[in-house]
Design a binder for this molecule. Structure first.
Ligand code: FES
Length: 249
């Protein structure tokens, strides 16, 4: 959890600044300045895995994507406020300009908002959480750059029964799954709020969304259990020469 470092340093710099100003202990302004520098540097480092998650892990067209966008803007704004506060610092043992202090306090508010959104992304949307269930097997994902009408999705025998594989074909996200009755393919996007079905659980021909528990029959795409009201799209699957092919629309 890299994010703990910038959060601690930046919150710390604001608290130490306020403490130094309230008590007149000027040497503490230097400590606040060092904490501010560490916070900005560690925030930039923590942004790299965050950006990778935003682009490749958070499902597109979902409530989590909107939340992740808000999270990113809250954190970037907080970082801008702390950078601004740094500009407003005077000599190391001198208090920062009042507007710099105000920027720092605004940064704390934005950082708190960003942290709350980030926590919701982990605990509610389960971004970055490993979901294991019986026979789930190893997480599998494959990207196909130029989607054709027919996708060569996997080798026969690559998946165990009740195991799923996410196939990214251009902008489409399709789940190839193996049930007791053979292979099936269906849209990864849950029709409720866009949850990733490939990250859910599959048993007895039914996939359950990890976000709010909607269930869909993977052969027909029909809703078995809400809150989702609309079914998911399914695709034709064929086996040929030891390979499993998905035919798109
Ligand atoms: S997103 Fe809510 S049940 Fe799937």
């Amino acid at each position: 959890m890299l994010v703990a470092f910038p959060a601690a340093y930046l919150f710390g710099s604001a608290c130490v600044d306020l403490f130094a100003r309230a008590t007149g202990r000027r040497r503490w302004f230097r400590t606040a300045s060092h904490l501010n520098a560490l916070g900005i540097a560690s925030a930039l480092a923590a942004a790299i895995p965050g950006l990778i998650d935003y682009m490749f892990v958070v499902p597109p067209k979902s409530s989590a994507k909107n939340r992740a966008t808000d999270h990113m803007f809250a954190n970037l704004s907080a970082l801008a406020m702390f950078a601004l506060a740094r500009v407003g610092r005077r000599e190391e043992d001198q208090p920062a300009a009042p507007w710099a202090m105000a920027a720092e306090v605004a940064g704390v508010g934005l950082l708190t908002t960003g942290g709350w959104l980030g926590g919701t992304l982990v605990y509610r949307n389960q971004i970055g959480v490993d979901h294991r269930y019986a026979n789930a097997g190893k997480w599998r994902v494959e990207a196909i750059a130029a989607p054709a009408t027919t996708i060569d999705a996997a080798a026969v025998g690559e998946l165990d029964v009740n195991q799923m594989k996410l196939v990214r074909a251009g902008s489409k996200r399709i789940v190839l799954a193996r049930t007791e009755r053979g292979h099936v393919a269906f849209d990864d996007r849950c029709t409720h709020k866009g949850g990733p079905l490939s990250d859910g659980t599959l048993a007895c021909g039914v996939v359950q969304c990890p976000w709010h528990g909607s269930q869909f029959g993977v052969a027909s795409g029909a809703v078995e259990q809400g809150p989702a009201k609309d079914g998911i799209e399914t695709y034709r699957v064929e086996e040929c020469d030891g390979r499993v092919y998905i035919t798109l629309g």
